[in-house]
Design a protein around this ligand. Structure first.
Ligand SMILES: *Cc1c(COP(=O)(O)O)cnc(C)c1O
Length: 408
């Protein structure tokens, strides 16, 4: 099967670049992947999807590789879309859903972006890749690189959750801990490019991670029978998923697949410990200033400067959405609220979305009957520090205190 990609397009000034050759950015800003959607519409129908496997590659015609043999996959995609009635009721919401990405390979939605990026790197002849990561992207890249037989270098802050360090090393990557933030790691990858000969898989510094992440939007549409929800809350670090979903909705619209004109209001959620996008949104700016002293247990949100800042802000504004920062000190509690009321393994990033949902319902920005979707982007098990609680102990030799057990 051939690719329907026509070209790449600079997100900052529309310059067109050829696809099917290795590309990075244009004027230090990201590229869009463009498709011949008329041609896609002639071969792909909603009916055809029904017979396909439940992975993100079911949307093959809307994905970039030219040759199926290059697809590097661990079965990622088609994550469950779960009703969250009990949690919704707590906030006064009647139609709350959680799109649960925690069940994807490597326990986060980073697998979608990495499946696409590593597939394309392989197709274009790359044999060595490198990434700066706040956590999950490094683990996912290491896994897909292993799957592709590629050499992987991962650079992460030295206080990244331990699981992220070990999962990447376990998958055979060369992992380095840096006494700084993801931006410092990014500089190392950039500076090493020529000497080390690696390809930079940083968020939005190659064109294809967005394409993998956009499949969240395609799936959401399909799972809701092509009728999009009213509000989407997305925990925003580099913003790939929010940008990608907004792109997906435009592509579905161009294909004429959406049941009505409704587009979700996109909400970019950050912690007040690192909220450059929220600040720019509030200030009416298109570009975000780097955020000083970024600190949050939601490591996926610890991105003080995003190269796709304007793409996030454009999507949020076009959608009629907003950007909102939540109280860092409440994130653990929201993890407990979500997991305790729904049994869903909600990581700290998405716990921030739980808090944001509550705030936005209280302020009246989300109405009680609006269909609202929280993206749960990573499994709580990847954050042992954020999960930690003091548990009561039982002395096996002492008399058992049943009443006390009821009150812990
Ligand atoms: C990376 C990550 C995010 C942020 O995603 P972006 O698309 O980069 O904004 C949120 N949550 C988790 C669990 C992540 O791993």
């Amino acid at each position: 099967m051939a690719s329907f990609v026509t070209h790449l397009e600079s997100a900052i000034d529309g310059t067109q670049l050829p696809a099917h050759t290795l590309q990075t950015m244009h004027n230090d800003r990201p590229l869009w992947v463009r498709y011949d959607l008329d041609a896609v519409g002639k071969v792909l129908t909603q009916d055809k999807l029904r017979d396909r496997k439940p992975t993100m590659w079911r949307y093959r015609e809307l994905l970039p590789p030219r040759d199926n043999a290059n697809i590097v996959t661990l079965g990622e995609g088609m994550s469950p879309l779960l009703p969250a009635a009990r949690l919704g009721t707590k906030f006064g919401l009647n139609d709350l859903w959680i799109k649960d990405e925690s069940q994807l390979p490597t326990g986060s939605f980073k697998s979608r972006g990495q499946a696409a990026a590593i597939t394309m790197a392989k197709e274009l002849g790359v044999t060595r890749v490198a990434i700066p990561t706040a956590g999950n992207a490094g683990g996912a890249m290491a896994a897909y690189a292993a799957r592709a037989g590629m050499e992987a270098f991962v650079f992460m802050p030295d206080d990244t959750p331990a699981i992220n360090m070990y999962e990447a090393a376990l998958a055979g990557a060369k992992v380095f801990l840096v006494n700084g933030l993801i931006t410092d790691c990014g500089r190392i990858v950039r500076e090493g490019k020529d000497t080390m000969g690696w390809f930079d898989i940083s968020t939005l510094k190659e064109p294809y991670r967005i394409e993998g992440k956009k499949t969240m939007g395609l799936e959401l549409a399909e799972q809701f029978n092509w009728e999009l929800p009213d509000v989407i809350l997305y925990p925003t670090g580099g913003g790939t998923g929010l940008i990608g979903m907004w792109k997906a909705f435009a592509e579905l619209d161009a294909l004429g697949w959406l049941a009505n004109d409704k587009r979700p209001r996109m909400v970019a959620v950050q912690s007040d410990g690192c909220c450059p996008i929220v600040r720019a949104f509030d200030a009416g700016e298109r570009f975000a200033q780097p955020f000083d002293n970024a600190a949050t247990i939601a490591s996926g949100l610890r991105v003080p400067a995003a190269v796709g800042d304007f793409m996030i802000l454009d999507a949020v504004r076009e959608s009629g959405g907003c950007a909102i920062a939540v109280d860092e000190t409440c994130i653990r509690q929201w993890m407990h609220d979500a997991a305790g009321s729904e049994g869903i393994s909600v990581g700290p990033e998405s716990a921030a979305c739980v808090g944001a949902t509550q705030m936005l319902v209280e302020s009246g920005w989300i109405k009680p009957n609006e269909r609202t979707v929280i993206f749960n982007c990573g499994a709580s098990q990847k954050y042992p520090d954020a999960m930690r609680v003091d548990l009561p102990r039982i002395d096996k030799d002492a008399p058992l205190d049943w009443a006390a057990m009821l009150h812990v």
